[in-house]
Every structure is written in C-alpha cells, then in structure tokens.
Design a protein around this ligand. Structure first.
Ligand SMILES: [Zn+2]
Length: 397
C-alpha cells in the first residue's frame, strides 16, 4: 500500500525533476550499472536468483529512463528487460532505494503499410514508416525468394500487415508481421504467418528455411520460454527467455545451426556461456555449461550439430541443465518457434486453418492494391526518440 501512495505522489514530488533517457550499454551488467550510478549494490544482491538472471537479459541499447530530482537525486530508473517486463528502481519515502519487476503497459494496434517501389523495398519501407525493424523484417522474409535487384521495377506495390506496440504513444518493440506481399510485373509473391508463428507461401509450403535443431540429444524440456509470467505464490513477475533442457552433467551440447561463435566466456547468471551468430540473423545462446569444446573461440565457424560444450550447472543454476536461448538482434524469441520442420503443405484441419488466415490476408492485400492509400493513418514514427549513447543526447530521426 505504501508503495501505491508513493507512486501516486510521484508526479507531485517529481516537480522540477527531469527525465534523462539513456540506452543500456553494450557489455554493461546490472552491478556495473549500479556502481556507475552510485546506487547501492544491495539492490542486486538482495534479488533472488531468477531476478538476478533476468538482469542479464537487459538488451544492449534498451531505451531506459532516469528520473532525477532538482537536487540531483535519482528518483526512479526504468529499465526494460524485454518488451513485456521492466525493472523499476525507485527511491522510497523511507529514503532508500528499492527495485521491483513490473509489467510494461503497452497498446497494440494492427497496421497496414501500402507503398510503391521507388528504389528498394528496405529504403521505401523505411521512408514511409521510419521503422528500420519493419524494413529489415520485410527483406528477411523475402530473401532468396525474390531477386529485388534484378526483377523489381519502379511502381511495383508492396503491402505489409502487422501489429505494432505503442508505449506512451510511441512505437516500441519489434512489429509482428502477420502477412506481406510484393507484386512484381503483375506477379504476386505473398507470405502468411500461420498459427505456429512461421511464414508460409500461398500453397502452405514453409518458406523460411529456419531449420535449427535441438542442441542436445536425449533430454527433456524442463522449462519453456516466456517473456512474462506471474508467479501466483511469490506474487511476482518472471521472465524466462529460453528453453531449459534437463540433462546429466557432461552431456554434449551441439550447435543448433551453422554459424560463427560470437561469445565464449562466463557471466554471473548464465555461467559458462556460448553465443553463436547465424546467417539468418539469429543468435543462439547456450548457458550454465560445465566447459567448452577445447579450442572454441570467438570467430570459430561451426556447422549444425557440431559439439561446442558440455552440460553443467555454472552460474545461477539450480541443477545441471542447458539453458538455450534464441535472439533476433537483441530481442529474445522462443527457440522452439524456429525449430519446426519444413513442410510442403498442410492437410486436414491444419489446411483449413491456414486457408482461413490466407484468405483474410488476401482480402486486405486486394483492398490495399485497389485503393492505393497514399498516407496511412494512426502511424507516426516522427516522435520516436533514438538516443545517441555516447552523448546521451536525444536526437530526432
Ligand atoms: Zn533457463
């Protein structure tokens, strides 16, 4: 209750305070951040293991905010852990600092982009929306399917249907695309997101060749991926941005796919950790390892199912298991969503479900191609703040 009153009083007490936006630095740990900000390290040490581990998932470049009083006291710091949860450090009426994990309040809107090619899809999507994420997503979706350089002509239309989250009126987090199409010389290429989260073409054949494999043999999943879970007993929010596989110590850990090792080392929470960057833009993470394959180093090239390390219990781990994470850029995704088998088409109920998704999206595509809306409503990226991490000066794009 005391906390609630404090939150209600905050706007009054905050009078003449100012908000300083900043970005989470690459390689910064929660401890080094507290140290640098001259905040008590006990904020970290009094957290439980799960919360401590969660601090290691704060994405590099995350947009954070610091509320500073006129007397230069930090009143509150908000640090997003993912797009659903954030860490709040706040100064209490008892004049001490406290930290808690709270949900991020956001609204999601369905948006449609229609644009015509004037140079290249990436540039045209960026020009009309200001969203690099959206532009990159489109290019990744159609990569290998359409030769943008060769086949595309000026005036060819493209449509994207997606959900965009907004936080305090500003676009936030990765847009979630449900379908996209591009028409080249009258021929339409479309991709539809099925219930399983993957994209399929008109025939229901999986186009994305994301054939990542389970990084461990003869094991069972002991914990699934979640960005936000409310613990009914502890009355707290939790996140688990990976999949846990229970296995005996020493069990070989294999690379989920071809790629280049981008990290081999140790961290407090994840213990001995390996990260592998894959050509598709994904990064896989293997944590709590007992050890690494000898000779493995940053830059090592690995093939799918190559031995990279051994199951252990290093870091903040309750017992021997492999924590396996998957990221697109710095955004954690459910590893299981990219480990599905390639299908040539659906059958039965699955086919009916896919056809319903497809025809709904096709109707949207058709309408957009017919009406050619020049300016979309309800989307304004002009006010997005990108913070220059070196100077902390907000700059407008
Ligand atoms: Zn885990």
């Amino acid at each position: 209750m005391g906390r609630l009153i404090w939150l209600l009083l905050l706007p009054i007490l905050a009078f003449s305070s100012y908000v300083q936006p900043f970005k989470w630095k690459d390689g910064e740990s929660f401890l080094t951040f507290l140290e640098r900000s001259k905040l008590p390290l006990s904020l970290y040490y009094t957290m439980d293991n799960d919360d401590q581990k969660m601090t290691e998932d704060i994405p590099y470049n995350a947009n954070c905010q610091m509320l500073v009083s006129s007397k230069n006291t930090i009143q509150q710091i908000i640090i997003p852990v993912n797009d659903e949860l954030q860490l709040q450090i706040y100064y209490t009426l008892q004049k001490r600092y406290a930290v808690q994990v709270i949900p991020i309040v956001s609204e999601t809107y369905k948006e449609i982009l229609y644009t015509q090619i004037t140079s290249a899809p990436y540039d045209d999507i960026l020009r009309s929306t200001g969203s690099k994420n959206l532009a990159a997503t489109f290019v990744r979706m159609f990569k290998g399917r359409v030769n943008f350089k060769k086949d595309l002509k000026n005036g060819d239309p493209l449509v994207m249907v997606y959900d965009q989250q907004y936080r305090l009126g500003k676009p936030f987090s990765m847009p979630e695309v449900s379908g996209a199409m591009i028409q080249i010389g009258g021929k339409r290429y479309a991709l539809y997101r099925h219930k399983d989260g993957n994209f399929y073409d008109e025939k229901g054949a999986q186009f994305e060749k994301l054939l990542f494999m389970t990084p461990i043999r003869n094991s069972r999943i002991t914990s699934l991926f979640t960005k936000r879970r409310y613990h009914p007993v502890l009355h707290r929010y939790r996140a688990h941005v990976g999949v846990d596989y229970g296995a005996r110590p020493g069990t070989p850990v294999l690379s989920t796919g071809e790629g280049k090792v981008s990290f081999v080392g140790t961290s407090r929470g994840y213990g001995n950790t390996i990260k592998i960057h894959h050509v598709s833009g994904h990064t896989s993470l293997y944590a709590h390892l007992k050890g690494f394959k000898s000779g493995l180093h940053i830059g090592s090239v690995v093939k799918q199912s190559d031995l990279i390390g051994y199951v252990g219990s290093t870091g903040l781990s309750s017992g021997p298991h492999l924590h396996f994470g998957m990221y697109v850029g710095v955004t954690p995704i459910d590893p299981l969503s990219v480990m599905t088998k390639k299908t040539e088409g659906f059958s039965g109920k699955e086919h009916t479900a896919f056809m319903a998704i497809r025809s709904k999206l096709d109707r949207i595509f058709d309408k957009e191609l017919l009406t050619k809306p020049l300016k979309r409503k309800g989307l304004d990226f002009a006010n997005v703040y990108y913070v220059d991490k070196d100077s902390f000066k907000p700059k407008m794009f």
